[in-house]
Design a protein around this ligand. Structure first.
Ligand code: DC
Length: 194
């Protein structure tokens, strides 16, 4: 049986960095599921058709990390048919041996409800905005507004809203260096049997 780690949380909470570090440490596959929604949003045209025809080359576009791509992703992610079209790929990915780490918004609640470990990674709005502004070389105040708008939409949508699974471990990274957050996460995986 593969070991599955589900990591959810709001934008720029540190979940992607933690997911990558865990995958590297344990030799697991890693899927940044936000990239799927970003690729659908970036394709333009009918988002449902884009989701149904998504290919791996769509994930290689260089412009997917921008704030605009994040907003477009958040909008198409509220469309039930878009989400439905992406479920199968994510669940299949989660079966990778010897294990897989998936990060997103609905991994612990919808995609992998039976995951061996569920983490919900958060950080204060200010800390998240500062991190993302540094990463993108963008204005912090503008990024703060963008993150809040995106989080509000992601949490309020009817289908698969962003929220912690009941059995998720909450990890607040506001006051943690990335190394510290990763060490805590490694400890949680070990305790869960990984
Ligand atoms: O993780 P990210 O910032 O790259 O995600 C971009 C958007 O995609 C996010 O605002 C909401 C959507 N998303 C989602 O609805 N479900 C996921 N599992 C991952 C991302």
């Amino acid at each position: 049986m593969p070991f599955t780690i589900a990591i959810d949380g709001p934008a720029a909470s540190g979940k992607g960095t933690i997911a990558r570090a865990l995958a590297g440490h344990f030799g697991f596959a890693h899927l940044d599921t936000g990239l799927l929604y970003r690729a659908v949003g970036a394709k333009g045209g009918d988002p449902i058709a884009a989701a149904r025809n998504l290919s791996t080359t769509d994930l290689d576009r260089r412009d997917l990390r921008s704030a605009e791509a994040g907003q477009a992703a958040s909008r198409v992610a509220a469309i039930p048919e878009v989400r439905a079209a992406l479920i199968e790929f994510q669940r299949r990915f989660a079966e990778a041996e010897p294990g897989a780490v998936l990060d997103g918004r609905d991994i612990g609640t919808v995609i992998c409800p039976e995951a061996d470990l569920k983490l919900y990674v958060t950080a204060s709005d200010d800390v998240r905005a500062r991190r993302r502004a540094l990463e993108l070389g963008a204005d912090e105040a503008k990024i703060l507004l963008e993150l809040r708008e995106r989080d509000a939409r992601d949490a309020a949508r009817d289908v698969a809203p962003m929220r912690p699974a009941e059995d998720a471990v909450l990890l607040d990274t506001s006051a943690l260096a990335i190394d510290e957050a990763v060490q805590i996460a490694i400890g949680l995986v070990r305790r869960a049997g990984g």
